[in-house]
Structure formats: structure tokens, C-alpha cells
Write a protein that binds this ligand. Structure first.
Ligand SMILES: NC(=O)C1=CN([C@@H]2O[C@H](COP(=O)(O)OP(=O)(O)OC[C@H]3O[C@@H](n4cnc5c(N)ncnc54)[C@H](O)[C@@H]3O)[C@@H](O)[C@H]2O)C=CC1
Ligand SMILES: O=C([O-])CC(=O)C(=O)O
Length: 312
């Protein structure tokens, strides 16, 4: 299996490192526009192979997409990260052009690839890649929910002092402050979370999750990379190993949840064909209202992209 990661910065290099370390793909290509950067990161990752005892091969490329040819999966992380005081949406002006040109190259050299978008603003950059790639939306989707649920689960594990392995959760909506964690679908070792934690405390954790990206930006001056890189790698793994995992993924909705022509986070089955199924939960009125509010926010940014006329 061949996997390309575009953008050898913090998230991309972390993703490639996890892919290699866990032997998720035997051939990993890291590509960046900055001269020598991807080659340097790829070499550094490869030099961990005798220590971490794996044989996945990681190589780098400065903007030469022929090296990425026939990739099974491509992860796009190229683009600016936000700084303190910025929202993810503030990145649209720069990142739309980057995601468009990268997607054109990706699809030219790997016409059959599944494409996972990571660049922000996530839902709208996924839409941008879909408009550019002109392939079935089951093959173009975004990483956000795996990260957002990981944050939610890690906060719950801290609060309850239990293993994060035993916490299952679903989170829906856009990858922004309007994301929708769903306590009704959160369990700890099979026990509904609401039986283990006070409502106020749970609401605090939900609020922390919604602003989890911003919490790291404030601490670091740039955005997170360990959890995002690992989350993207987990999606790659589900595809290359045809695991049929159920993950919240930013997917193109065509009637599901009563919504049309929008990229939004929903639970899906992820396997060798990309998104193999969108799972429709029976949301209650409150949950539906939150999802609709999130959809309105995403639609607003999609319109900004449409008005930019970046993608024809
Ligand atoms: N979806 C999510 O949950 C998350 C999304 N992000 C987003 O991922 C993106 C990357 O974040 P970081 O890795 O922290 O940034 P970074 O600045 O460390 O890396 C970005 C890399 O993209 C490269 N790049 C820029 N234009 C390019 C082009 N045309 N072709 C190839 N490479 C190009 C840059 O040279 C740089 O090395 C940001 O937009 C950030 O907001 C970050 C974390 C989580
Ligand atoms: O917060 C950011 O800008 C990066 C991101 O999407 C996240 O870490 O959730």
C-alpha cells in the first residue's frame, strides 16, 4: 500500500511518523513545497526504523508529484495553521488556493486515491478538494471528528480516572466551535456516561472539547499536531486495512439528516472504498437543533469559498 502525505509540517510529519511506526503502509511519501523539507523529515523518520523496529519506507519530495503516483490514500495537510486570536475560518483566503492546487496534482498522479483533508477550515477545505477533484464524494472526506472525539474521550478519561480505551463517543457537525458532542451516544465500558458524571461536569467537558483546538493554540502559539496527525493516520489505517471502522468523518451529505450539498461531520463506516456508509442517528429535537446550527455556520463559510471563485 502506498500513502502520500502532502505538507511535511507539524501535522503531516506526525501523520507520516505514525503511519510508518505502525506499519500502516509499506510506502509513505511525504511532499512539501519548501525545498528539502519533506526529504529531511522523511529521512529523520526513516532513521527511527532500526530503533522502533519497522520496515515501512518513508521518502520525501519537494513538490514532485510523480513520486506520489498511484497512491492508494493521500492525506492533505498543506496550508497555514492559525495563530492565537485567529479562527480556523480566517485561514480560508490562503488555504483554499493551496488545497486546490495540491488536489489537482494529487488527482493527476493518483486518480484512484482516497483523499483525506486535514487543512483548515476543515469542512470547507474538504468541499474545495471535492470541487477540484471531481470524483465521487465517497473518496474525498475530512478529518475532524476522530480528533474531536479523541479530545472529548481523553477529557472524560481524566475526569473519571478510567482508561480512554473504554470510552466510546460520537460527535457531529462542523469542525468549529459549533461542533456537537452527543452525551446520549457516549458510553464508558458500555455504561451511559450520564450515569457516571454530573450534568454540570459533563457540560464543562463538552465546552472544553468544542474549544479544544483553541486551547492548544493559546498554549503553543500554533495549532496541535500529535493528536491530529495520529487521528489522520487512524483513518488511513481503516482504509488500507479495510477495517470498516465507525468514525465521525466530514462527509458530503445528500439528503442524510435532511441536509443537501454540505460537508459535515457525521458517523460513517470507513473501509477500502472510503466512506462506505453514512450512519443516520435518530437525533432528538435538541441534538437536531445543534446540528442544524452547526450546518448553518459551515454553509456560511462554504459560501465564502464559492464567492472567492477559486474553484470553477
Ligand atoms: N482538521 C483538523 O482537525 C486539524 C487541521 N489542522 C490544519 O492542518 C494544516 C497544517 O497544520 P500544521 O502542520 O500545524 O502546519 P505547518 O505550518 O507546520 O505545516 C504546513 C506545511 O504545508 C506546507 N505547504 C504550504 N503550501 C504548500 C503547497 N502548496 N504544497 C505543499 N506543501 C505546502 C508548508 O511548507 C508547511 O510545511 C493547517 O491548516 C491547520 O489548521 C491542524 C490540526 C488539526
Ligand atoms: O485549532 C486549530 O486551528 C487546529 C485544529 O483544527 C484543531 O486542533 O482542532
Amino acid at each position: 500500500m502506498k500513502v502520500t502525505v502532502v505538507g511535511a509540517g507539524n501535522v503531516g510529519a506526525t501523520c507520516a511518523d505514525v503511519l510508518a511506526h505502525k506499519e500502516i503502509a509499506n510506502e509513505i511519501v511525504l511532499l512539501d513545497i519548501k525545498e528539502g523539507f519533506a526529504e529531511g523529515k522523511a529521512l529523520d523518520i526513516w532513521e527511527t526504523s532500526p530503533i522502533n523496529l519497522y520496515d515501512s519506507r518513508t521518502t520525501g519530495s519537494t513538490n514532485d508529484y510523480s513520486k506520489t503516483a498511484d497512491s492508494d490514500v493521500v492525506v492533505i495537510t498543506s496550508g497555514l495553521p492559525r495563530k492565537p486570536g485567529m479562527s480556523r475560518d480566517d485561514l480560508i483566503a490562503t488555504n483554499a488556493g493551496i488545497v486546490k492546487s495540491v488536489t489537482e496534482n494529487v488527482i493527476k498522479y493518483s486518480p484512484e486515491a482516497k483523499i483525506i483533508i486535514v487543512s483548515n477550515p476543515l469542512d470547507v477545505m474538504t468541499y474545495c478538494a471535492y470541487l477540484t477533484a471531481k470524483v465521487d464524494p465517497s473518496r474525498v472526506f475530512g478529518m475532524a471528528g476522530v480528533l474531536d472525539t479523541a479530545r472529548y474521550r481523553s477529557f472524560l478519561a481524566m475526569e473519571l480516572n478510567v482508561s480512554p480505551k473504554d470510552i466510546q463517543a460520537v460527535l457531529m457537525g462542523g469542525h468549529g466551535d459549533t461542533m456537537v458532542p452527543l452525551p446520549r451516544y457516549t458510553t464508558v465500558g458500555g455504561i451511559p456516561v450520564t450515569e457516571l458524571i454530573e450534568e454540570d461536569k459533563l457540560n464543562e467537558i463538552i465546552e472544553r472539547t468544542k474549544f479544544g483546538g483553541g486551547e492548544i493554540v493559546k498554549l503553543l502559539g500554533t495549532s496541535a499536531w500529535y493528536a491530529p496527525g495520529a487521528a489522520a493516520a487512524q483513518m488511513v489505517e481503516a482504509i488500507v486495512r479495510d477495517q470498516k471502522r465507525i468514525f465521525p468523518v466530514c462527509a458530503w451529505l445528500q439528503g442524510e439528516y435532511g441536509m443537501d450539498n454540505i460537508y459535515l461531520g457525521v458517523p460513517v463506516v470507513l473501509g477500502k472504498n472510503g466512506i462506505e456508509k453514512i450512519i443516520e442517528l435518530d437525533l432528538n429535537a435538541d441534538e437536531r437543533a445543534l446540528l442544524e446550527e452547526s450546518a448553518v455556520a459551515v454553509k456560511g463559510v462554504m459560501k465564502v469559498l464559492d464567492d472567492m471563485n477559486v474553484v470553477s
